[in-house]
Design a protein around this ligand. Structure first.
Ligand SMILES: C[S@@+](CC[C@H](N)C(=O)[O-])C[C@H]1O[C@@H](n2cnc3c(N)ncnc32)[C@H](O)[C@@H]1O
Length: 196
């Protein structure tokens, strides 16, 4: 389908999804994409692309001349990223690299914009590798859920001596139940934005 709007805001349920493949939720994507300060015609490297929602929306925002290199170690998630880029008509400007970061980062061009949405136990290594490849006036956005990952991310950034900020996002969505609207909380997430 062709997304007809100037801003992405694609509802989560329009993406192909699969049990066990995580997704960055719509409200969190809005913050992540805003913090990334993408440019039309820019290049984003999306590390741990999962379902591919950030890849798709970033590609839409950067326009026809933009390019996303999506790195994903889980073959099922990589396939889902591909499928979603096809669904939203951006597959021609997305390269899906199936492999594990940090090594697989070598298969992406160097860039001034990185989103790290996954990294597991290798998060610290990935952050250091990303900064070694980051181009001038770069922005790196890291999305973490657990306190341990937050600590790893902050220690890595402190070790690199770079400027960063952290926001915590708590989103609750209203769900209609028996004639009432009940607010249902999503997991809180931390969005860390670091600057070259
Ligand atoms: C929370 S999900 C990302 C969700 C994604 N941003 C989206 O929009 O759907 C994290 C992903 O990172 C991937 N991942 C974890 N460690 C990785 C690594 N070292 N290299 C590449 N991918 C990794 C996982 O397989 C998982 O799909």
């Amino acid at each position: 389908m062709t997304w007809p709007y100037a801003t992405p805001g694609i509802p989560d349920d329009l993406f192909y999804r699969e049990e066990g493949v995580p997704m960055t939720k719509a409200e969190v994507r809005a913050v992540v994409l805003s913090k990334l300060r993408l440019r039309r015609g820019g290049v984003l490297v999306d590390v741990g692309s999962g379902t591919g929602t950030v890849t798709v929306e970033a590609a839409l925002l950067m326009g026809e001349e933009g390019y996303v290199c999506a790195v994903e170690k889980d073959p099922r998630a990589a396939a889902l990223t591909r499928k979603n880029t096809e669904k939203f008509g951006v597959a021609n400007r997305v390269a899906v690299v199936e492999g594990e970061a940090p090594e697989a980062l070598e298969k992406c061009p160097r860039s001034d914009r990185y989103f790290i949405g996954g990294g597991g136990r290798r998060l610290g290594e990935i952050i250091r590798a990303v900064f070694s490849r980051l181009e001038g006036n770069g922005v790196v956005v890291i999305d973490v859920v657990t306190l341990e990952s937050l600590r790893t991310a902050l220690e890595a950034l402190e070790g690199l001596g770079v400027k960063y900020e952290v926001v915590q996002i708590w989103v609750a969505r209203g769900e209609r139940r028996g004639g009432y609207t009940v607010m249902t909380a999503l997991n809180p997430v931390y969005v860390v934005t670091a600057y070259a």
